[in-house]
Ligand binder design. Sequence first.
Ligand code: PHE
Length: 472
Amino acid sequence: MENKSRGSFSGNLGFILAAVGSAVGLGNLWGFPYKMGANGGLPFLLIYLAFVVLCGVVVMAVEMAFGRKTGKSPVLALSSLGKKYAVIGWFGVLSATIIMGFYTMLVGYAVRYMAGFFIQIFGADGFGGMGGTDFFIAFTCKPWMVLLFTVISFAVCYVIVAGGVDKGIEKFNKIGIPALFVILVAIAIYNFTLPGAVGGLEFMFTTKGMDVLGTKFNFFNACRTAAGQMLFSCSLGMGIMITYGSYMKKDANISKNAWIIPAADTMAALLAGLAIFPAVFAQGQAPNGGPGLLFMTMHDTFTSMGWIGNVVGFLFYALVIFAGMSSCISLMEVTVSHVIDHRESKGKPISRKVAVIVVVAIMFVLSIPVCLDQLGMGSIIPPFYNSFMADGAKDLLDVYDLITEGIMMPLAAILICVVVGWKLGMPWLTSEIEENGNKFYCKKFFEICVKYVTPLLMVFVFISLALSYLNV
Ligand code: PHE
C-alpha cells in the first residue's frame, strides 16, 4: 500500500525549484563571494567550476538516482543494499539534523533584521539607534531574543513541511525561488548605480581581493576551499537529493537535472557577490565573510545609504530568508522522511504532522545550546573544542560544522559514489537514468567520473578538509 505521508512533487519543475531552493542558501551569500575574493578571484572560480563538474554534477545524479530508484529516504534507500550500507544514509540524516541546529537560528537572525529595516522605512528606529557591530552583539547576547526568533523560523518550517511535499515544500519554492532571483538581480542592478561599486567587482574577480585581505594564492588551499564550498552549497552528502529524488517522477531526466541544479546554484552565488560586495565597497565598508558579513557589515552598508538603504536592507534580508528557509525545509524533510519511512517499515505508520513535530522538537533541542552560545561571545559551554580545532576555534556552530561539513558530508559523498561506481556499476545507474525513455546526457563522462575521478577527488577533499579543520 502506498505510504500517504510520503507524497511527491507534482512535476519536474517543482522538483528543480525545490532542489535549487535547497542548494541556494546562506553558503551562497556569505561563503562563495568572499572565498572567491580571498582566493585569487577568477582562478578560484575556475577551480570551483571544475569541482562542480567533476564532483558536484556526478554526486548529484547518483543521489537522485538512488532516491528515485528506491523511493525511500536515505537510510532505507541504502540499507536496501545490505545492513552495513545504512551508515551512509545515517551520515545524511544526522548531518541534516545537526545543521538545522544552527541554520534555523541564522534564519531567525535574518527575520529580526528584516523587521528592523521594515519599520525603519516608516521612520521608526529598528535597531535601538545602534550600528552594525553594537547591535549584533546586543542582539546575540540576549539569548531569549535569539531563541524567540529561532522559534519563529522553526514555526514557519513546520507549517511548510507539515503541508506535504507538493502542497508545502513545492508551493513555497515555486514562489520563493523566483522571488529570490528577482530580488538578487534587482539589488545587483541597484548596486551598479552606486559610485565606487567597481571596488566590489575588483574584490571578487581580480587579485585585488587578496591585496585587500592580505592573503596569498595557494593552489592547494584554493582547491580544498572550493571543494568544501561546492559540497555544502550544492547540498550534497546529506541525503537531500536522495530524499527529494524519492519524490521525483519517473519521466524526469536525472542527467539533465544534475547539470541544471548546480548551474543555478553557481549563478546564484555569483549574483550574490554582485548584490553584496559592490555595495560594501561603495559605502567604504571592509569586506568579510560569514555571519559578520551578513549581519554586521551589511547592516552598516544599508545604514550608510540613507533612507533608501532601509528599502534595500528590507529586500536583502527577505532574500536571506527565502534562501535560508528553502534550505531549512530540505534539511528538515530529510529527517522527517526518515521518521515516516522508518515507522512505515516497522508496520506502525505515523502521519506527516506527527513526524514533523517529533523532528522539530529534536532539532530545536539541538539549537538551544547554539543560541545560548552567542556565536562564542558569551559561551555557556566550556570551550573544549579550542584544543582540537584549528585557529583556536571559535564557537559551537563551528563544532556542528566540523562534524557535518568537515566529516560526515564528504564521507557520505565518497561512499555513495564508490557504491554506485564499484558495487552497483554503470548498468544500474543507466537503467535508472534511462527510465521512461529518458536520454542519458554525457554518459561516457559519468561513467569515467563515477568510478575514478569523483571518488579520488573527493578523497583528496576529505583528507585536506579534515586537516584544515583539525589542529594537525
Ligand atoms: N546549500 C545550502 C547553502 O548553500 C546549505 C545546505 C547545506 C542546505 C546542506 C542543505 C544541506 O547554504
